[in-house]
Design a protein around this ligand. Structure first.
Ligand code: TRP
Length: 336
């Protein structure tokens, strides 16, 4: 952290503690974070304040916040090397968010596609937090002057707002914020439902066989893959449109083994039927998930150890966030 952090570029990312922990969390995001943490000064937070833009049960929110933090570590985020913390432990995010809120047009928030989607799916609770959500996200990023933000494609529009707000503030006052770049990983991380492979695998899918969870047992993983919907046809070729089921199996196999699609096609050329392929996918996934699950259960069981990590992470994050906020408050004319 200490000296190195001044030369290295900074990355920040976060996940919401809502829904169960799925393979998508690990394969879609954490895999990249783990790689990036060696090259960048890294901060990873659990964004509990974003989660309450939709209704949450307090006990579940508490549990899931710790689950997500434990999953970061289980997947390979090293808390000695990266700052791991909970958003609500660092009040400077919200303080900066207020300043940015006063510099954001209503229209800028209104056109966010995620706001439109979420207001449709939560029609009985379209709260102002859901509307200003991207401003808080901008504050999460700008308060650390992050250079790079690893996110999914669905967050690109939010990141654009963060960039605009950084530039706007710098222009109105003086150079203050780094304008962050999105870092959107190559596909190969796109994972579809095991039961309806034209739909994304989703934390909220009521069909339990549609998703693979981080805490699935080895046998549950094998069975879900065995029952996964494949396509009519029998050869193993990658074609998302014509062969969504098999392509999804190939993506999962790629994630678990690192093999390219071309290599996978070659490996299974000439095998008859999907059964042997699916068996290989199941075994590969078991091998991939088991160590992460075991580490997760270990980290999660050590409540004091996890508390210590998050406490230390919050301290480090606050020290950095406070510096930025102090500068901002001074520039906008708040009395010291
Ligand atoms: N909105 C992001 C998501 O749902 C989570 C998030 C909140 C985030 N703050 C962030 C991601 C800051 C990256 C950086 O995926």
């Amino acid at each position: 952290m200490s000296e190195l952090s001044t030369d290295r570029k900074t990355i920040l990312s976060g996940m919401q503690p809502s829904g169960e922990l799925g393979i998508g969390h690990v394969a879609g995001a954490l895999r990249n974070w783990v790689k990036l943490q060696n090259e960048y000064d890294s901060l990873f937070c659990v964004v509990d304040q974003h989660a309450i833009t939709v209704r949450q049960e307090p006990a579940k929110l508490r549990k899931r916040t710790l689950d997500i933090a434990a999953m970061y570590i289980a997947a390979g985020i090293d808390p000695e090397q990266s700052v791991v913390f909970v958003q609500s432990h660092v009040p400077e995010h919200v303080q900066l968010a207020w300043v940015l809120t006063c510099m954001t047009g209503m229209g800028e928030c209104a056109r966010m596609t995620q706001f439109k989607d979420k207001s449709e799916s939560n029609a009985d609770n379209i709260n102002v937090g859901l509307f200003t959500y991207p401003i808080l996200m901008a504050a999460d990023i700008l308060v650390y002057n992050a250079d790079l933000v690893p996110v999914g494609q669905d967050q690109k529009q939010h990141l654009e707002l963060a960039r605009n707000l950084a530039e706007r503030f710098n222009h109105h006052y003086s150079q203050t914020f780094t304008v962050p770049e999105p870092y959107i990983p190559e596909v190969g991380g796109k994972i579809m439902s095991l039961q309806e492979p034209t739909k994304k695998m989703s934390k909220s899918d009521p069909n339990q066989n549609a998703s693979i969870w981080l805490i699935d047992t080895d046998d549950q993983i094998r069975n879900k893959i065995k029952r996964a919907v494949t396509d009519s046809g029998s050869d193993i070729v990658y074609n998302e449109e014509l062969r969504p089921g098999v392509s999804n199996m190939m993506s999962l196999y790629h994630i678990a083994t690192g093999k390219s699609f071309a290599d996978i096609e070659q490996e299974f050329a000439g095998t008859s039927g999907y059964a042997p392929f699916k068996e290989a996918v199941g075994e590969a996934l078991v091998g991939y998930i088991r160590p992460i699950r075991e580490r997760f259960l270990e980290v999660r069981a050590d409540k004091d150890g996890l508390d210590k990590i998050l406490h230390a992470g919050a301290e480090q994050a606050r020290a950095r966030a406070r510096k930025t906020l102090r500068k901002v408050h001074k520039k906008i004319g708040f009395v010291e």
